[in-house]
Design a protein around this ligand. Structure first.
Ligand code: ADP
Length: 253
């Protein structure tokens, strides 16, 4: 309420409301393989956002008329838990979740080698457990790692984050207050080679500001990519090690 009544100063002495510099991401944490029954899964924290992604497939398509003879179809469901926001959200799909499911799928599909699995489906479920702006980007980051964890062949990982404009400045990874009361929010998703697979904008930016925001968002995606890559390497070298140990035990027996 205070934010509505007073003109809020989003940046003071070069720092934002949560103490970040304008070009700084919120703290990010990624865990791989968190769900036993999914083929691939991932848990992501980006600031106060808490997101889980589960991947199932490639598997048989139901209903069957949806199947494609030359490739797998990708389904992506973004869902916000009713307890994920301050005021209880009415459960079930709404306009926003349909939009975010569509853009999430479109952000990931370009890197998935769907032609390897004709007549099948790859299902991606993204559950938002706690929301603080940037849930679509956190969801895409989690889904990308979960797809890799499921062993789905991809041309690369997709990394996603937003840049915005608050208090006349371009900032990286806006949190809730900045998103609500700022002038613009621009989420993107990107391949490791810099190909953009998601670009949306809420609010307005000049052409120069747009270029600045794009460079900043890309730098954020590159930082997120490094974390995604690191956790996947750690997870699989650990599994490899465990397998090696088991083989040794068997050899000794
Ligand atoms: P994103 O989460 O990708 O930034 P939006 O810009 O639509 O997507 O939403 C910004 C934030 O607004 C969300 O992260 C969440 O904190 C809040 N929000 C979105 N939808 C609702 C809702 N139905 N009820 C309460 N808060 C919401």
């Amino acid at each position: 309420m205070i934010f509505m009544e007073e003109k809020i100063s989003f940046i003071k002495d070069g720092l934002r409301l949560d103490g970040r510099r304008p070009d700084e991401l919120r703290p990010i944490k990624i865990e791989v393989g968190v769900l036993a029954r999914a083929d691939g899964s991932c848990y992501v924290e980006m600031g106060k956002n808490r997101v889980i992604a589960a991947v199932y497939g490639p598997r048989e398509v139901h209903p069957r008329h949806l199947q494609e003879v030359t490739r797998a179809i990708v389904r992506y469901r973004y869902n916000m838990a009713s307890f994920s926001v301050e005021e209880r959200r009415r459960p079930g799909p709404d306009r926003r979740s349909y939009e975010l499911s569509k853009v999430g799928r479109e952000a990931l599909e370009p890197v998935i080698l769907t032609s390897y699995y004709p007549r099948s489906v790859i299902d991606v479920f993204v559950e938002i457990l706690q929301a603080d702006a940037g849930t679509r980007t956190a969801g895409i980051n989690a889904a990308s790692v979960a797809l890799a964890d499921a062993g789905i062949p991809m041309r690369g990982l997709i990394s996603s984050c937003a840049a915005g404009k608050v208090g006349g400045e371009i900032v990286l990874d806006p949190m809730k207050e900045e998103d609500n009361f700022g002038d613009a929010d621009m989420p993107i998703a990107m391949t490791p080679s810099g190909e953009i697979t998601l670009l949306q904008m809420d609010g307005g930016l000049t052409i120069d500001e747009f270029h600045e925001a794009m460079e900043l968002a890309k730098s954020g995606c590159r930082q997120i990519y490094e974390v995604q890559r690191k956790v996947l390497i750690e997870r699989y070298s650990q599994l490899e090690g465990e397998r090696g140990e088991q083989a040794e035990v068997t050899a000794c027996d």
